[in-house]
Design a protein around this ligand. Structure first.
Ligand code: NAD
Length: 442
């Protein structure tokens, strides 16, 4: 099959590489010429486990190529996928300018039947807007051309994206007629062999499903953070509470870890966008607003503990482990580390940070500044620092040599933003250990 994908970001590239792997011919088009040049030279512009190799083999097999030439791209694929960003606007709504730009671009070159597939996360009603944008351009061209618009939201997780795409939990297809629905079934056939994962529904339900799923996950996190904050005040240990809760199969153990807030390019913007969508209909989304408010406060948790411990952070240096918003990615969008570092800097403190892959991204965001030192190892971050803060639970941080860490730090203080460490072990080593909702233990 011939497939075109607009947008060579996390979603676009993983989708492209996985469709090429199963024998399709895929063209990726992006407006960022530098990104396209990087990809043409066989390099992946970001870190995603397993993606590099897939891109290389797709290119070498002649089934995957990259271009900035939209006319060529629209000519190529019966399937035209939109996988561009939908960042939050000022009011929290999803900014659809890139999606609609792609719709107009497709329409400008449309001269045969195409199915336009929206993979970006978009508010309910976007398919209608895409249809209007395409019709408008076709009318301007004086062309009458058959096409369909479907919704096919993406559920991959950064850090595990290739595996998620190859073995999806579900393939949501929002299509209002049979022809595009059948085309979508054929497209996903190689990923749908073991059992039928295609959930066919109307376009609006498909669009809402993606927001509802992300909002539910964010809600679980904020809920646990709220429980942790209560646990801290009543002298309970949220880690024991979590285990007690999770063993009820109706609750389960997934996604109920308390921490220093959720980040990334999806949860924060999707919760806000769903709340905005609700408000547009005149409905007050009280739960969603609270999920967002709890997370906003939780991202300040470690900083508040630091201030309480040190009095003032002026002249203090904090060693920071983990910059990416979660392990196994270099994505720094809305990462809790950013808010923490910015708060430390605002107080006159400095940061020595280490992350296994997100240092380059951090450098791109903050450039060279005297109060940020990016170092080559977790241990080096601790050298001469006043305290250590664990922000992202990367595997290499899970079992550190605490005796060595203690000898490198000026003071044995650890702010554990992911409840990664055993309070008793740290206490025995003489550490002051601040964790989330573990007043009973630390
Ligand atoms: P991204 O920011 O990594 O990539 C978007 C790409 O689109 C960029 O390379 C940009 O240059 C390109 N682009 C912008 N306008 C374009 C145009 N007119 N033509 C061609 N290319 C254009 O975005 P992402 O993280 O891949 O997310 C894309 C969408 O998928 C978003 O709506 C996001 O919410 C959703 N999503 C993301 C994830 C994730 O984990 N990142 C998961 C599921 C869904």
């Amino acid at each position: 099959m011939n497939i075109t994908i607009f947008g060579s970001g996390y979603v676009g590239l993983v989708t492209a590489a996985c469709f090429a792997e199963v024998g399709n011919h895929v063209v990726c088009v992006d407006v960022d010429a530098r990104k396209v040049a990087t990809l043409q030279s066989g390099k992946c512009p970001f870190y995603e486990p397993g993606l590099d190799g897939l891109l290389t083999s797709g290119i070498e097999a002649g089934r995957l190529r990259f271009t900035t030439d939209a006319a060529d791209a629209v000519r190529h694929g019966t399937y035209q996928l939109i996988a561009v960003g939908t960042p939050p606007g000022e009011d929290g709504s999803a900014d659809l300018q890139y999606v609609l730009q792609v719709a107009r671009t497709i329409a400008a070159h449309l001269d045969d039947y195409r199915v336009i597939i929206n993979k970006s996360t978009v508010p309910v009603g976007t398919a209608d807007k895409v249809r209007s944008a395409v019709s408008e351009v076709l009318a301007q061209r004086g062309v009458s051309q058959d096409y369909d618009v479907v919704s096919n939201p993406e559920f991959l997780k950064e850090g595990a994206a290739v595996g998620d795409f190859r073995k999806p939990d579900r393939i949501i297809v929002g299509a209002d007629t049979d022809r595009p629905a059948e085309l979508m079934r054929s497209l996903y056939e190689p990923f749908n062999r073991n059992h039928d994962r295609v959930l066919l529904m109307d376009v609006r339900s498909a669009e809402l499903t993606k927001y509802a799923a992300n909002a539910m996950l964010a809600t679980k996190i904020s809920f646990m953070n709220e429980v942790a904050n209560i646990a801290e005040r009543v002298g309970a240990d949220v880690e024991l509470v979590r285990r007690g809760m999770g063993s009820d199969p109706r609750i389960g153990f997934h996604f109920i870890y308390p921490g220093c807030g959720y980040g990334g390019s999806c949860f924060p913007k999707d919760v806000k966008a769903l709340a905005h969508l609700a408000r547009e209909t005149g409905f007050a989304p009280r739960l969603l607003d609270s999920v967002e408010a709890v997370n906003h406060d939780q991202k300040r948790f470690l900083h508040a503990k630091m201030r309480a411990h040190f009095g003032s952070l002026a002249g203090r240096t904090i060693a920071l482990w983990g910059l990416a918003f979660k392990p196994n990615t270099d994505d720094m969008r809305e990462a809790p580390s950013r808010e923490l570092m910015e708060a430390i800097w605002a107080d006159g403190g400095a940061v020595r940070a280490y992350d296994p892959v997100a240092m380059e991204e951090t450098r791109k965001i903050y450039g060279d500044r005297p109060d940020l030192t990016l170092v080559e190892s977790a241990e080096e971050a601790c050298e001469g620092a006043d305290a250590l803060a664990l922000v992202t639970e990367w595997k290499p941080f899970q079992s550190p040599n605490f005796e060595l860490i203690a000898s490198l730090l000026k003071e044995k203080v650890l702010f554990d933003g992911r409840n990664l460490y055993n309070p008793e072990t740290l206490r025995d080593l003489g550490f002051r250990h601040y964790a989330i909702g573990r007043a009973a233990r630390v």
